[in-house]
Design a protein around this ligand. Sequence first.
Ligand code: NAP
Length: 303
Amino acid sequence: MSELTATSISPVGPYFSPLVQGYWRLDDWQMTPQQRLSFLKAHIDLGITTVDHADIYGDYRCESLFGQALKLEPSVRQKIQVVSKCDIKLVSEAAPTRKINHYDTSYRHIIQSVDNSLSRLGVERLDVLLLHRPDALMDADEVAEAFTTLRHHGKVKHLGVSNFSPSQFDLLQSRLDESLVTNQVEINPLRFDVIHDGTLDQLQRLRIKPMAWSCLAGGELFNGDSAQATRVRETLQVIADEFGATIDQVIYAWVMRLPSAPLPIIGSGNIERVKSAINARSLTLSREQWYRIWVASKGHNVP
Ligand code: NAP
């Protein structure tokens, strides 16, 4: 298995493992606290030390499930980098008066949300806080003030964004003293708008690595029955056979082939699939192989 060496995700850090474990689906995995701890430690042994959370995952439960596991062996905290997110407000039993899902990047909500995440995770500090989705009502000065407060109190080390357009990224950056460290975006062979809308160009220019979510399209690349998913799956299988590899490995290699150097976030609760993702790092797709997947996805040749 290839060695995983920590990599700086932006010119100002922090260092992340080149693959990240995502905990969106943690509640679905039905693990005991001890099993969750063992799962996390198995990642650390493999060199995957960065974990991706959000306040809302599992209807606000996943951070607590992770925190329960970490509490069993608190020293593990020193070995990992913790990312979490805020700004989506979900209709939930946890917020009985809320009428619709919406976004909130107000000073008050950001501070409260981080305090809640720290308490649920049982950690003193987030290595990176991400704004989860662009908020039409975002006042960039207000976000900057919230980040300054959180940084001053040692609760958040770095700030980043998720699903932001280049102009939204620029707007927020214009009000910050510190550099944003990532934009976490969806990249998979079914959905890759960010390759063409300037998002990845901006990150490459700034030498900031994107974090790539749902690289396997949430499993749709294996079991989707749309014409697009079928075409892509068939092409992935042919290329997998050319390498003597598996479809999931070709998908990760397709994402990692991008020059902005995305860090794939693995969403699987199956450690064998995590090992398979690590082995994808030894595959380098030729330009032609990369574009065969692009063409299969679009359903037409390049212009
Ligand atoms: P994903 O890797 O695209 O999907 C993971 C799902 O695919 C799991 O249910 C997994 O099942 C299934 N799967 C994997 N290999 C399979 C196979 N060979 N056959 C059938 N199913 C297979 O990732 P994701 O979970 O959607 O997203 C990854 C992480 O990205 C999340 O945990 C979260 O941290 C982050 N995320 C961020 C945002 C954002 O807006 N910032 C949005 C979504 C996700 P098994 O568990 O059985 O392997």
